[in-house]
Write a protein that binds this ligand. Structure first.
Ligand code: RB5
Length: 150
């Protein structure tokens, strides 16, 4: 899979850990930064990841900040993005199966690397279930397009 990665300073260490892990699983990574632990603003990194995924240039995205909250708020402002903040494998699985999440948000200050790797693996390997869940996503699309459910 082609995966966009992005982080702020608080997520940098986790991004650097996940990069070789994901490559080892056979994925192609495009790294949108940041490139070190100097303080930066998470929207500057969540946005290019979200745009690349929304455009279809890359299939999935993973964004990491201190809590994952700011990155998820920012990424979800981009039309077509369903960014899910997950800190356990159950919600990671559900975010794919029920919500067809196309971006995973992680908190580098919330979970350890080992759990992050397990979450990422589950998230990448779980397909969308479709069916009634697709109907619900259509409603979200309606909200996104015209602020209404149609
Ligand atoms: C940076 O200190 C921190 O606010 C950021 O990484 C993130 O947790 C925001 O949601």
């Amino acid at each position: 899979m082609r995966i966009a990665l992005g982080c702020d300073h608080a997520g940098w260490e986790m991004k650097e850990d996940l990069k070789p892990f994901l490559e080892g699983l056979g994925h192609q990574i495009v790294d949108f930064g940041t490139d070190n632990q100097d303080s930066v603003d998470y929207p500057d990194y969540a946005l290019p990841v979200a745009k690349a995924v929304a455009k279809g240039d890359l299939e999935r995205g993973i964004v990491i900040c201190g809590t994952g909250i700011g990155s998820s708020i920012a990424a979800n402002k981009v039309s077509g993005i369903r960014a899910a903040l997950c800190h356990d494998t159950f919600t990671a699985e559900m975010s794919r199966s029920h919500n067809d999440a196309n971006i995973l948000c992680l908190g580098g200050r919330v979970i350890d690397m080992e759990l992050a790797r397990r979450i990422v693996e589950v998230w990448l390997n779980t397909p969308f279930s479709g069916g009634r869940h697709a109907r619900r996503l259509k409603k979200i699309e309606g909200i996104e397009k015209c602020g209404e459910i149609r």
